[in-house]
Design a protein around this ligand. Structure first.
Ligand code: 6PG
Length: 476
């Protein structure tokens, strides 16, 4: 049997990607260290699919057509290095290894460099869409060795999601770790979108909407500018009840998990100097949620008092939609700002309109809104900030009043809304011509002689004031 590709790692994502490939007529070899997962996979294979289970990784050598293509669907980290090491026994120069897991882009960059030395083509492909996406069409963000792209493009594009206009959500992203970087930003944005939704939900509960009104609000929002997979699943979740009629979500422990991609996005923002405030707040919100025991104690000792809300629920509903929309614009603005910085720092030529297209279908953050982002970057590929695009600038202006009202309401009603507030604060900061950083610079110069620039002198001139002495300013 001469297979087109091998999939190694048959967890939920690996198994479903392999079945998706087999559906598309590809002959797939599969391997998993534990036999149980292989058996589970083989039970799902139908007569019109060709899937061959390997007992040993070394069988790849004979079972695959050259150049061999191997897709790793493993937990990020040491397991990927270990399997690559084993694969080197079975593969030859010119063969292709694709890492389809959520690897850290630094690791992908390192593996790409080291496999290049050995003549192997390494691709780090971000894959998004969860179980269903993997099975019926995920968004795929491949990057790494570009020589591999023509060889894997037909196969990867055949299993990827397509937009309603028939565009494929799988395009080459860039060299080295670029594919995994873009997937990391996708996940960061996913964290931000989710946090914005849960903040809105909590505010609506506190001010007195009933369960049905809240579920209906999410359903209605999904018909408008907020149309997205995450809003849609939220509406579904908010209908699900336990047998006693209590919403299932109220029985779920309010301590959020995280596998690391959101944290990596925030860490890289600090490394690059990108103002990724909203996503970082979303990461911290998950972190704080995990302090459950301390929060329970604090809720008693530092008890919240709030006055009953007496305003109009209808206007809160409209304002919340505006606040969600505007905050989402800020979140994507920040994510794309970071990708611009990363492209410069890591030497990638990222195409932002294309990235928006990759996220248009199949992935977790898929939404209508991404069509407008694609449009913005198509009309100006060098757009510094999404907020400066006319369409988004107007949308922000239109939403501002409602957005501000919701942030104020959250503060009055003691509802922690870190992501939504971070968004508004960033918006205000970005459009403030003079920030108080002048005083901050003076403070730095005062205690540490760190010097400052003057607005009335050329940028390359630095000054220091002898603040505690005669107050004389020196050019340094
Ligand atoms: C996707 C998701 C996926 C991610 C999970 C869990 O695009 O399909 O982003 O890659 O692993 O959503 O992420 P956390 O455990 O960090 O929430």
């Amino acid at each position: 049997m001469s297979c087109d590709i091998a999939v190694i790692g048959l967890g939920v994502m690996g198994r479903n990607i392999a079945l998706n490939m087999a559906d598309q007529g590809h002959k797939v070899a599969v391997y998993n260290r534990s036999q149980g997962k292989v058996d589970l996979m083989m039970e799902q294979v139908t007569d019109n699919q060709t899937v061959v289970a390997l007992e040993d990784i070394r069988e790849l050598q004979l079972q695959l057509q050259a150049p061999r293509k191997v897709l790793l669907m493993l937990t990020a980290g040491a397991a990927v290095d270990a399997v690559i090491e084993n694969l080197l026994q079975a593969l030859e120069p010119g063969d292709i290894i694709i890492d389809g897991g959520n690897s850290n882009f630094h690791d992908t960059q390192r593996r790409w460099e080291s496999l290049k030395q050995k003549g192997m083509l390494f691709v780090g492909a971000g894959i998004s869409g969860g179980e269903d996406g993997a099975r019926y069409g995920p968004s795929i963000m491949p990057g790494g060795d570009k020589a591999a792209w023509p060889l894997i493009k037909p196969l990867l594009q055949s299993i990827a999601a397509k937009t309603d206009d028939g565009e494929v959500c799988c395009q080459w992203v860039g060299e080295g770790g670029a594919g995994h970087y873009v997937k990391m930003i996708h996940n960061g944005i996913e964290y931000g979108d989710m946090q914005l939704i849960v903040e809105s939900w909590q505010l609506m509960q506190v001010i007195g909407f009933n369960e049905q009104q809240i579920a209906d609000a999410f359903r209605n929002w999904n018909e408008g500018v907020l149309q997205s997979y995450l809003i849609e699943i939220t509406a579904d979740i908010l209908q699900q009840k336990d047998d006693d009629g209590v919403l299932r979500v109220h029985r779920i422990l309010d301590s959020a998990g995280q596998k690391g991609t959101g944290r990596w996005t925030a860490i890289d923002s600090l490394e690059l100097g990108a103002p990724l405030t909203l996503i970082s707040e979303a990461v911290y919100a998950r972190v704080l949620s995990a302090y459950k025991d301390e929060r329970v104690k604090a809720a008693k000792k530092l008890a919240v008092t709030r006055e009953a809300f007496t305003g109009e629920l209808d206007s809160v509903l409209a304002n919340t939609q505006d606040a969600l929309y505007a905050s989402k614009i800020i979140s994507y603005t920040q994510g794309f700002m970071q990708m611009r910085l990363a492209a410069k720092e890591y030497g990638w030529n990222l195409e932002y309109g294309n990235i928006a297209l990759l996220w248009r279908a199949g992935c977790i953050i898929r939404s209508l809104f991404l069509t407008d982002i694609k449009q913005a970057f198509e009309s100006n590929p060098d757009l510094e900030s999404l907020m400066m695009d006319d369409f988004f600038a107007e949308a922000l202006q239109r939403s501002e009043q409602g957005w501000r009202a919701i942030c104020s309401l959250g503060i009055q009603q003691v509802v922690p809304m870190p992501a939504m507030n971070a968004a508004l604060i960033f918006y205000d900061g970005y459009r403030t011509e003079t920030l108080p950083a002048n005083l901050l610079q003076a403070q730095r110069d005062y205690f540490g002689a760190h010097t400052y620039h003057r607005i009335d002198k050329p940028d390359n001139e630095s000054f220091h004031t002898r603040w505690t002495g005669d107050g004389i300013e020196e050019k340094v």
